[in-house]
Design a binder for this molecule. Structure first.
Ligand SMILES: [Ca+2]
Ligand SMILES: [Ca+2]
Ligand SMILES: [Ca+2]
Ligand SMILES: [Ca+2]
Length: 171
């Protein structure tokens, strides 16, 4: 009898745990760069975190060539998530983050040794109020994936000619 109670308590406890886990835990930021830089995970980059940017970035360097390849910069799939079986909806590819765009000076999608070494300087170009830190507001304003995709349908400036009778009249 006692064992049974114990087991059900255990099961209850386990499921409570699972529920708690499912409830909390916001989705991790998809940007591995931001994740690497924000060491304490508060969503802000302190002056110290920015200063350490080079070292933090090199933690992503799996093959130790002092550069970060596209592969190394790819966001990891969320932990614990089972691989979805349906092949119908491949996960969308996240747009390059503002950090990546700032750091990747030559825009080749990878970070060279020089680009990594320059990281603190480049990150500070994102510091709008110049206080040496990237705070929440500034980090938030960096997430503007849509804005750059501008363009679209727009008429030619200046307008066209008013429609009129074709030149060359008839007699
Ligand atoms: Ca931080
Ligand atoms: Ca590498
Ligand atoms: Ca590059
Ligand atoms: Ca700032």
């Amino acid at each position: 009898m006692k064992t049974k109670t114990l087991i059900s308590t255990l099961i209850l406890g386990l499921s409570a745990c699972a529920i708690a886990q499912a409830q909390e835990g916001p989705p991790p930021p998809p940007d591995p760069i931001a994740r690497a830089l924000d060491k304490n995970g508060d969503g802000e980059l302190s002056a110290r975190e920015i200063k350490n940017a080079e070292r933090q970035l090199l933690k992503l360097d799996e093959d130790r060539d002092d550069a970060l390849s596209e592969e190394e910069l790819k966001p990891e799939p969320p932990q614990g998530a089972e691989k979805p079986d349906n092949n119908q909806n491949p996960p969308p590819v996240p747009p390059p983050s503002a950090f990546m765009m700032a750091l990747d000076k030559d825009g080749d999608g990878t970070l060279s040794e020089a680009e990594i070494a320059n990281a603190p300087t480049e990150i500070l170009t994102l510091d709008k109020d110049g206080n040496g830190e990237i705070d929440n507001t500034e980090a938030e304003s960096l997430r503007i994936p849509d804005e750059e995709m501008g363009g679209g349908m727009e008429g030619p400036p200046g307008g066209g000619r008013p429609p009129g009778p074709p030149p060359g009249g008839r007699r």
